[in-house]
Design a protein around this ligand. Structure first.
Ligand code: TXA
Ligand code: MG
Length: 310
């Protein structure tokens, strides 16, 4: 995709003035503002109707910038070298003298950070004197946006500017790894756990039933299209949208395919778009075929389970 430099300038202009701008990333679009400005970060929470207790991810362009705000450790450097820039978020200890707004962290002593890979947002980050706090650019608990049109769908004209970077290539949020004590996977996402395990030479698993909520944003209801979803369905009802993992020979008006040949990466990319499309097509409920719980399938199932609890 060709970059429109005047759009990067425009984004910088609004961000420097303390406004929110929607930014493209390879995972999903984010609603961004200066992570160093209380006033700017408060605007994100207001627009998203996001509870204050749910901290945001901060997006950096380089290590030097990150060193001002966080304490880095060995596991971080291993994963950074392997996966950054890319769809992985780290939870690190916040430095005492960091300039990160208390509204980003909800006054906590840890920070979620990531280095997005999307070339347009990297270009923008390089031009800024501050990192960008950016939760996904959707109203709290709703479906995350993977294109400019989705962001407009969520917010209409309420955002000053949307930096159009085309369709997000991964289409699911970043994987979150806590590196505060022993490494822990807090959210499944754009990088499979098996790859993280290989890099760290350990055997982490995603614990769905964690008692204490340490990722406040991973509450039970999330990614919701606002209509009921039934999972692991073989035969849908006639008036129900039916999401399938693999294209079938016989098709029907209510069939929505996530991939041609059961490719889970392709399916992950299509998931949020498909949920949005079904809503637009005015279906009142959704049935989903069983999706293999391996690799990206685990992340897809995680999102669908949360989306079904609306
Ligand atoms: O792919 C992504 O990560 C996208 C793009 C825009 O970068 N961002 C994203 O942000 O998904 P958000 O706010 O929708 O999800 C961030 C998650 C939330 O569940 C939040 O609770 C968790 O990260 N989080 C943020 N800071 C945390 C912290 N210090 N400790 C534990 N969890 C944290
Ligand atoms: Mg989100």
């Amino acid at each position: 995709m060709k970059f429109n430099h005047s759009n990067i300038k425009k984004s910088k202009f609004f961000l420097d003035k303390g406004h929110c701008v929607a930014i493209p990333t390879e995972t999903v679009y984010g609603l961004a503002a200066s992570a160093y400005s209380n006033r700017a970060v408060k605007k994100i929470y207001k627009l998203k109707k996001r509870p204050k207790y749910n901290p945001s991810i901060v997006h950096y362009s380089n290590l030097e910038q990150l060193k001002n705000d966080c304490i880095l450790n060995k596991n971080f450097f291993v994963l950074y070298k392997k996966f950054c820039p890319g769809p992985i978020t780290f939870i690190l200890k916040l430095k005492k003298n960091s300039k990160i707004s208390k509204y980003v962290t909800n006054n906590k002593k840890t920070l979620a950070i990531r280095f997005p890979k999307h070339a347009l947002v990297r270009k923008l980050l390089k031009k800024l004197k501050y990192p960008l706090a950016a939760p996904s650019a959707n109203i709290s608990t709703k479906i995350s946006p993977v294109s400019k049109e989705d962001v407009i769908d969520e917010f209409g004209k309420k955002i000053k500017f949307i930096l159009d970077g085309g369709r997000s290539s991964i289409g699911l949020e970043s994987t979150i790894v806590s590196l505060i004590k022993k490494p822990q996977i807090l959210r499944l996402g754009g990088i499979e756990i098996s790859k993280i395990n290989r890099a760290l030479k350990i055997n982490l698993k995603f614990n769905k039933k964690r008692k204490k909520i340490i990722t406040p944003g991973q509450g039970k209801t999330h990614y919701s299209p606002g209509i009921p979803i039934r999972l692991n369905i073989k035969r849908p009802k006639l008036d129900e949208a039916f999401i399938l993992i693999k294209k079938r020979k016989s098709s029907a008006k209510n069939f929505y395919y996530l991939s041609k040949k059961k490719n889970l990466k392709e399916a992950a990319k299509k998931l949020y778009k498909t949920l949005r499309m079904i809503k637009k097509d005015n279906f009142k409920s959704i049935a989903v075929e069983k999706i293999p719980n391996i690799g990206f399938g685990e992340a897809i199932n995680d999102r669908l389970i949360r989306a079904s609890k609306f």
